[in-house]
Ligand binder design. Sequence first.
Ligand SMILES: Nc1ncnc2c1ncn2[C@@H]1O[C@H](COP(=O)(O)OP(=O)(O)OP(=O)(O)O)[C@@H](O)[C@H]1O
Length: 344
Amino acid sequence: MSVLQISEVTKTFSGGTHAVNSFSLDVADGELVCLLGPSGSGKSTLLRMVGGFEQPTSGRITIDGEDVTHLPPERRPTGMVFQSHALWTHMNVFKNLAFGLKLRRMPASEIREKVEAVLELVGLAGYGDRMTTQLSGGQQQRVALARSLVLEPKILLLDEPFASLDQHLRERLREEVRDIQQRLGITTLFVTHGQDEALSMADRIVVMANGKTEQIGRPDVVYRDPKTPFVAGFIGTMNLVEGEVSNGQFTRSGFAFPLPIADGPATLAIRPESLDLTASDASKAKVHRVTDYGSHGLVDLDLADGTRLKSMVAHPDLFQAGQGVDPKPRAVAAYRNNQQIFRS
Ligand SMILES: Nc1ncnc2c1ncn2[C@@H]1O[C@H](COP(=O)(O)OP(=O)(O)OP(=O)(O)O)[C@@H](O)[C@H]1O
């Protein structure tokens, strides 16, 4: 059953920026959905509208069937964790967490019980007396998460919560948050422009561009089967080759591939791991650079007109700069007019 329904929501800022454009999404109970897209694609604006920090220009948002479109944040069953954690620095950790519960007039003994349980959940048991300024960045972000969770929201809203942390900590917190989210079964909307974050955490990913949905789906499906050239180029590394199809053959500067579609221009998408290389004369393509990552290698090669492709190879020592190669895709997708029209 869907807990959160976003129906044809549009946000136009004064000045005319269409930040979000007739956007719709249903989020199921207990699901973690990542909003993924480049800077300026409207992710934060959408999240802020769900949290009540921004008003839609048009459209409707319901939570558990109740229309919340015009309710202020404090009257919505949502908890938001911002990129900058915005903790109260004049209060200790316990007071930061207890504040919202006090406003609800909860008895002190119950507050203590709840705060301690949530601190335990985020791995900060015993930190209640610390001032928030005496915590590391990762610990502060855990407190921010705990402060939202202690209010037991129906929907957790996370806006790039790990953006300010280093890579190692980010990966750890990512796993911890996913763990907590699953344990509590809390419906979560998560904004990120990091594809790794989205691919590793989400039940479903919404890829956004220009305030609109490009594709919604399970991470593995979006990765394996991108429906538009934008998604193909945005998720993972992808070779996007523009060329012409004539008599069932796609060509681009000496590179040819059988493609059973109508004649005309097309964009071919090939993952580096799906592009095999064999030694050849240099008329087809030439190796530009070989990078050995230990477990595998990456060969950068140039078609005759300079179009750069990447191929993942098991034995990088077999290739060297300047060598002639023949690139042969094992699997491709083809796009025309921004739509996928072929996939092998
Ligand atoms: N308060 C505002 N007034 C006017 N324009 C705004 C406002 N907030 C956001 N915008 C514009 O709306 C568009 C979407 O912004 P938004 O912050 O939602 O994108 P985003 O995908 O979250 O980007 P980022 O990853 O950089 O945070 C951008 O063009 C932005 O400049």
